[in-house]
Design a protein around this ligand. Structure first.
Ligand SMILES: *[C@@H]1O[C@H](CO)[C@@H](O)[C@H](O)[C@H]1NC(C)=O
Ligand SMILES: *[C@@H]1O[C@H](CO)[C@@H](O)[C@H](O)[C@H]1NC(C)=O
Ligand SMILES: *[C@@H]1O[C@H](CO)[C@@H](O)[C@H](O)[C@H]1NC(C)=O
Ligand SMILES: *[C@@H]1O[C@H](CO)[C@@H](O)[C@H](O)[C@H]1NC(C)=O
Ligand SMILES: *[C@@H]1O[C@H](CO)[C@@H](O)[C@H](O)[C@H]1NC(C)=O
Ligand SMILES: *[C@@H]1O[C@H](CO)[C@@H](O)[C@H](O)[C@H]1NC(C)=O
Ligand SMILES: *[C@@H]1O[C@H](CO)[C@@H](O)[C@H](O)[C@H]1NC(C)=O
Ligand SMILES: *[C@@H]1O[C@H](CO)[C@@H](O)[C@H](O)[C@H]1NC(C)=O
Ligand SMILES: *[C@@H]1O[C@H](CO)[C@@H](O)[C@H](O)[C@H]1NC(C)=O
Ligand SMILES: *[C@@H]1O[C@H](CO)[C@@H](O)[C@H](O)[C@H]1NC(C)=O
Ligand SMILES: *[C@@H]1O[C@H](CO)[C@@H](O)[C@H](O)[C@H]1NC(C)=O
Ligand SMILES: *[C@@H]1O[C@H](CO)[C@@H](O)[C@H](O)[C@H]1NC(C)=O
Length: 854
C-alpha cells in the first residue's frame, strides 16, 4: 500500500509541475499579494528588499515574507531595517494580513506616525517588533488585546512614545504568554504591577520612568534570563535576601541609575549563571561586596560611577572576563599587575577612567590581542605611553586623556582605531604619521599637550574623521588647505597653537562643520569667504589672531551660527547699517579689542532673534554644539562680569554681547532693550555718547552690564533698579550726572562702579544726594583706579574651576547654577547621547558597508 501511495504522490507532483496544479503551487493568496504590493507604495530606499517584490513571482517567496504552507496565508513578515519611509496610517494594507503571527517593522522611518489601534486586530500575533522606527505618541491600549504575544519590542532612541494611565498595567496583565518585553525609552511612568506573565525570560525596561518598588517576584521568575532596568531613578530596587528562583537561569542583570536600597545580599553568591552584571550609578560605597566574588562565570562586569574603592588588581581573579568597566570610582593602586597576569587574552574592554590610579603603565604587557577598548583617562598615571599600547592589534577606542603622560606619541601599528584621545597630558613631539593608516578613525583628540611640528596635509585622507581636536599645543606652520574639503568633519579645533599665514583653506560646498575654532594663533589676512559653505556651523571662533579685515557680514547667511568670536584681531571699519542682517540664532557675539568704528549697528541687534527669548522661562536647557560632548568638550572663554571665564560648555541661555575696546561711537540703540535674554552686555572702552537707554530695564536676566570708559552722559535711569539679576555694574569713566538710583541690587554696588563720573552723587559715593543719611562706604578718590581697571580683560584667562573656588559665591552664583545643572543632569543625558552617537556611527558604518557591497 505504502508503495502505491508513494508512486501516486510522485505522479501527482509531476503533474503539478506540468502546470496542472498551478493554483496549488502558487501558494500565495491573491488578496494577500495585493495587500503587500499596495504596501510597497510606501517610499523605500535603494537597498530595500521590497524592490524584489514582483507580482509575477509567488508572494510567499518574496524576501521577508513567509506563508503557512497549508493555507497560503502570510504568517510572517520581516521588514526590519528595510529603508521604509513615510506615514504608517490606519488604512495601511498590511492590516489585511489578519493571520500574521510574526511582524517585524523595526529600524525603519515611519515619520512620527502614531501606532495604529489596528495593530490590536492581529489576534494571532506571537511576535511584534516596532522598535526604532520613528513611531510616536500614545501606545494604543489595543496592543494589550494581543494576548498570544510571546515577544513585544517597542524601543526608541529618545522620548516620543508613552503609555496612557494604567495601560502598562493592563498590558502586563493581559499578555499572559509574554516571554520577552522590551520597551527602552518608552515613557511608562507607572509602577511595575504585581501581575505579569510567569514565562518572562527577558524584561527590558531601561529609561522608562518607572517608579515605586520593583516587585520581588521579578527576581523569582524561574525562567528569567535577562533583566534590564537601567536609568529609572524613581524606581526602588531591593534585592531578595533568600536564594532567587531565577538564580539558575539569570544570565544578564543590568541595574544602574536606580534607587538600590540596602546592601548587596549574600543571595547574589548563588547567581552562578550570571555572565553580565551592571550595577552602576547606584551610590554604592566602600569595598566590593563580598558575594560578587562568588560570580566566577562573570564575563562582563560594570560597576562604574559608584564610590567603590580597593585595588583594581582584585578583578583579575575572574578568569572569563572580556569586559571590565570600573570608571568613575575611587579604585587606586598601580597597573603593574598587568605585566604578570596570564588571563588577559579574552579582554576586549577595560575602562578604569576617573579613578585614583598612579604610576606608569608597565612596559612589558603582552597577551591583549583582543583588546578593543582601553579607557584610562582622568587618573594620575605618568611616564611614557608604552609601545605595546600602540601595537594592540584590535584596538579601536583609546582614551588616555587627563593624566600626566610625557614623551612622544609613538607610531601606531594597529590599524583598527576609531578614537584616539590623548588630550590633557604633557606629550611632546610631532603628531604620528601612522594615523593615516587608520581608515576607520572618527575622533582624534590631542589637545592640551606640548605637541610640535606642522599639521600634515595627509590628515585630510582620513575621510571618516568627525572630530579633529589639536587645540592648545605648539603646532606651527600653516593650516592645510585641504582640511576644508573633509566632507564629514564636524569639529575642527586648532585653537591656541602657533599657526601662521593666511586662512586660505577653501571650505567646500556641503561640508558638515559645526564647530570651527582657530582662535589663539598668529593667523593673518582676511576671513575666508568660503566659510559661507559651512551651512551647519554653530560656533566660529577666530579670536586672538592678527586678522585684518572688515566685519564679515556675509556670515549672516549661516542659519545656525550661535557663537561668533572675532575678539583681539585687527578688524576695522564700520559695521554698516543694512536691513538685511540675519544672525537669527546668534547668542554670543564677541567683537571686542578690534578697530571697529562708526555707529552701533541697529539693524544688527534688530535681527538677534535668539536673544529676544528668555530661555530660563521656556524651560529647556540645551548646550551649543554638544552632540559630540562625549568625546569633545567645547570650552569657551567668555568675558562676563569683568572676568574671563572658561566654560566647559555653553548653554543656549548664555546670551552675551561684547563689543568693548573698539572705536564705536554715537548713541546706544534703545533696541538693545528688546534682547531680553541678555546675560552680559559689554560696550566699554568705546566712544559712545548720549544717554543710557531707559529700555535696558527690560533686561530682566542681565547679570553684567559694563558701559565704562565711554562718553555717556545724562542720569542713570531710575528704572534700572528693576534689574534684579544684576551682579556687576560698571559705569565708570563716563560723563554721568545726577543721583545714583537706590534700592535692590543698586545697594550692593561699590564706588568702583561709578568712579570717574564727576557729576554723579549719592551712595556709595561720598557726594551726598539730598535725603541720604548713610555714611559713604568707600572713599577712594575718583579717577585713581584707572590703571587697575585697564589691566582686566586682555590676558588673564582664569579657568572656570579656579573662579568657582577662588571667589565668593555672590559673584558667580548664576554660573554655578549652570555648573550644578550640568553635573546633575549628566548621567541620563550622557547615556542618551552615547546611544544616539552610537546609533549615528553605526548607521554611517552600515551605509558605508552597504555601498561597498552593492
Ligand atoms: C518581475 O519579474 C519578471 C520575470 O522574472 C521580470 O521580467 C520583471 O522585469 C520583474 N519586474 C520588476 C519590476 O522587477
Ligand atoms: C490613508 O489615510 C491617510 C490619512 O488618513 C490619507 O492621506 C491616505 O490617502 C489614505 N490612503 C489610502 C490608500 O486610502
Ligand atoms: C522621524 O520623522 C520625522 C518627521 O518626518 C523626521 O523629521 C525625522 O527625521 C525622523 N527621525 C528619524 C530618526 O528618522
Ligand atoms: C485582554 O485580551 C482579551 C483577548 O484575549 C480582550 O478581549 C480584552 O479586551 C483584553 N483586555 C484588555 C483590557 O486589553
Ligand atoms: C492576574 O491576571 C490574570 C488574568 O487576568 C488573573 O486570572 C489572575 O487572577 C491575576 N492574578 C492576580 C494575583 O491578580
Ligand atoms: C529610595 O528608596 C528609599 C527606601 O525605599 C526611599 O526612602 C527613598 O525615598 C527612595 N528615593 C527615591 C529617589 O525614590
Ligand atoms: C520559587 O520556587 C519554588 C519552587 O518552584 C516555589 O514554591 C516558590 O513559590 C517560588 N517563589 C516565588 C517567590 O515565586
Ligand atoms: C561564596 O564563596 C565563599 C568563599 O568561596 C563561600 O564560602 C560561600 O559559600 C559562597 N557563597 C555562595 C552563596 O555560594
Ligand atoms: C610618577 O608619579 C610618581 C608619584 O605618583 C612619582 O614618584 C614618579 O617619579 C613619577 N614618574 C615619572 C616618570 O614622572
Ligand atoms: C592621500 O590622498 C591623495 C588623494 O586621494 C592620494 O593621492 C595620496 O596618495 C594619499 N596619501 C596617503 C599618504 O595615503
Ligand atoms: C596660502 O597661504 C600661504 C601662506 O600664507 C601662501 O604662501 C600661499 O600662497 C597661499 N595659497 C593660496 C592658494 O593662496
Ligand atoms: C591691514 O591691511 C592693510 C592692507 O591690506 C594695511 O594697510 C593695514 O595697515 C593693515 N592694518 C593693520 C592694523 O595691520
Amino acid at each position: 500500500m505504502g508503495y502505491v501511495k508513494l508512486v501516486f504522490l510522485m505522479l501527482f507532483s509531476l503533474l503539478c509541475q506540468l502546470a496542472f496544479c498551478s493554483s496549488l503551487s502558487h501558494l500565495c493568496l491573491k488578496d494577500q499579494a495585493l495587500a503587500l504590493l499596495q504596501f510597497k507604495h510606501i517610499t523605500i530606499d535603494a537597498y530595500s528588499t521590497l524592490l524584489s517584490w514582483n507580482k509575477s513571482i509567488d508572494c510567499c517567496s518574496w524576501d521577508g515574507v513567509h506563508c503557512d504552507e497549508m493555507t497560503g496565508q502570510v504568517t510572517e513578515l520581516n521588514l526590519a531595517d528595510n529603508g521604509l519611509q513615510g506615514k504608517f496610517h490606519s488604512n495601511s494594507s498590511l492590516f489585511k494580513l489578519s493571520n500574521l503571527k510574526r511582524l517585524d517593522l523595526s529600524n525603519n522611518d515611519f515619520s512620527r506616525s502614531y501606532i495604529s489601534p489596528k495593530f490590536g486586530e492581529f489576534s494571532s500575533l506571537t511576535h511584534l517588533d516596532l522598535s526604532y522606527s520613528n513611531f510616536t505618541g500614545l501606545i494604543p491600549v489595543e496592543i494589550s488585546y494581543l494576548s498570544k504575544l510571546h515577544v513585544l519590542s517597542i524601543q526608541i532612541f529618545s522620548d516620543g512614545l508613552r503609555f496612557g494611565p494604567h495601560n502598562f498595567e493592563l498590558l502586563l496583565k493581559n499578555l499572559t504568554q509574554l516571554r520577552e518585553l522590551n520597551l527602552r525609552y518608552v515613557d511608562i511612568s507607572s509602577a511595575i504591577p504585581l501581575n505579569f506573565s510567569s514565562y518572562l525570560t527577558a524584561l527590558w525596561l531601561p529609561s522608562t520612568q518607572l517608579y515605586g518598588v520593583l516587585p520581588e517576584r521579578v527576581f523569582h521568575l524561574s525562567n528569567l534570563e535577562s533583566l534590564n532596568l537601567l536609568e529609572n531613578p524613581q524606581l526602588t530596587v531591593r534585592f531578595p535576601t533568600t536564594k532567587w528562583n531565577s538564580s539558575a537561569s539569570l544570565m544578564e542583570l543590568y541595574i544602574s541609575g536606580v534607587n538600590i536600597t540596602g546592601r548587596i545580599p549574600e543571595s547574589f553568591g548563588h547567581l552562578t549563571s550570571l555572565l553580565t552584571l551592571t550595577i552602576a550609578s547606584c551610590n554604592r560605597l566602600g569595598s566590593i561586596p563580598k558575594p560578587l566574588w562568588n560570580l566566577t562565570n562573570i564575563e562582563e562586569l560594570n560597576l562604574g560611577d559608584n564610590h567603590l574603592e580597593g585595588p583594581i588588581s582584585d578583578f583579575f581573579r575572574f578568569g572569563k572576563l572580556w569586559s571590565l568597566s570600573l570608571g568613575n570610582n575611587n579604585f587606586d593602586g598601580k597597573l603593574e599587575f598587568l605585566s604578570f597576569n596570564r588571563s588577559l587574552t579574552l579582554l576586549e574592554t577595560l575602562d578604569f577612567s576617573s579613578n585614583l590610579l598612579t604610576g606608569p603603565i608597565p612596559s612589558n604587557v603582552s597577551g591583549m590581542q583582543n583588546l578593543q577598548v582601553l579607557y584610562l583617562s582622568s587618573n594620575q598615571l605618568n611616564g611614557t605611553i608604552p609601545s605595546w599600547i600602540f601595537s594592540l592589534p584590535s584596538l579601536e577606542w583609546l582614551d588616555l586623556s587627563d593624566n600626566h603622560f610625557s614623551g612622544n606619541i609613538q607610531e601606531f601599528k594597529s590599524k583598527t582605531l576609531h578614537q584616539v584621545s590623548l588630550k590633557q597630558n604633557q606629550l611632546q613631539g610631532p603628531i604620528p604619521k601612522s594615523f593615516l593608516n587608520q581608515r576607520d578613525l572618527y575622533y582624534i583628540l590631542l589637545s592640551h599637550n606640548n605637541l610640535s611640528g606642522e599639521i600634515a596635509s595627509t590628515t585630510c585622507n582620513l575621510t571618516k574623521l568627525l572630530v579633529l581636536d589639536l587645540g592648545s599645543n605648539n603646532l606651527e606652520g600653516t593650516i592645510p588647505l585641504c582640511l576644508g574639503e573633509m566632507s564629514g568633519l564636524l569639529v575642527l579645533d586648532l585653537s591656541n597653537n602657533s599657526l601662521s599665514g593666511t586662512i586660505n583653506t577653501t571650505f567646500s560646498i556641503g561640508n558638515e562643520l559645526v564647530v570651527l575654532k582657530f582662535d589663539g594663533n598668529k593667523l593673518e589676512g582676511k576671513v575666508p569667504q568660503s566659510l559661507i559653505n559651512c551651512k551647519s556651523l554653530e560656533v566660529l571662533d577666530l579670536g586672538n589672531n592678527e586678522l585684518n579685515d572688515t566685519f564679515p557680514k556675509w556670515l549672516r547667511a549661516l542659519p545656525d551660527l550661535m557663537i561668533l568670536r572675532l575678539r583681539s584681531n585687527k578688524f576695522f571699519g564700520p559695521i554698516k547699517d543694512s536691513s538685511t542682517y540675519k544672525f537669527a540664532r546668534i547668542q554670543m557675539i564677541d567683537l571686542s579689542s578690534n578697530g571697529f568704528s562708526g555707529d552701533l549697528p541697529m539693524s544688527l541687534f534688530e535681527n538677534f532673534e535668539a536673544m529676544k527669548i528668555n530661555g530660563e522661562k521656556s524651560g529647556t536647557r540645551q548646550y551649543v554644539a554638544d552632540m559630540h560632548f562625549v568625546y569633545y568638550t567645547n570650552s569657551y572663554i567668555v568675558t562676563t562680569k569683568g572676568l574671563d571665564l572658561e566654560l566647559p560648555r555653553v548653554l543656549t541661555t548664555n546670551i552675551i554681547i561684547d563689543l568693548s575696546k573698539n572705536r564705536f561711537e554715537g548713541h546706544i540703540p534703545s533696541i538693545i532693550g528688546d534682547l531680553i535674554g541678555l546675560r552680559a552686555l559689554n560696550l566699554s572702552h568705546n566712544v559712545l555718547e548720549g544717554d543710557i537707554p531707559v529700555s535696558l530695564h527690560q533686561l530682566s536676566v542681565l547679570e553684567s552690564l559694563d558701559l565704562s570708559s565711554n562718553k555717556i552722559s545724562g542720569e542713570i535711569p531710575q528704572q534700572l533698579v528693576s534689574l534684579t539679576s544684576l551682579e556687576v555694574l560698571n559705569l565708570s569713566h563716563n560723563h554721568l550726572v545726577g543721583c545714583i538710583p537706590k534700592g535692590k541690587q543698586f545697594d550692593t554696588f561699590e564706588n568702583s562702579s561709578y568712579q570717574g563720573n564727576d557729576g554723579l552723587r549719592g551712595l556709595p559715593l561720598s557726594k551726598d544726594c539730598g535725603g541720604d543719611k548713610g555714611v559713604p562706604q568707600a572713599t577712594t578718590p575718583f579717577g585713581l583706579d584707572q590703571e587697575e581697571e585697564e589691566e582686566e580683560g586682555d590676558s588673564a584667562i582664569i579657568s572656570w574651576q579656579a573662579v568657582l573656588m577662588g571667589y565668593g559665591c555672590g559673584l558667580v552664583i548664576g554660573l554655578s547654577i549652570i555648573y550644578i545643572m550640568l553635573s546633575t543632569q549628566y548621567p541620563t543625558w550622557f547615556s542618551r547621547m552615547d546611544v544616539e552617537l552610537e546609533h549615528k556611527i553605526l548607521k554611517r558604518m552600515k551605509k558605508h558597508k552597504k555601498r561597498i557591497s552593492v
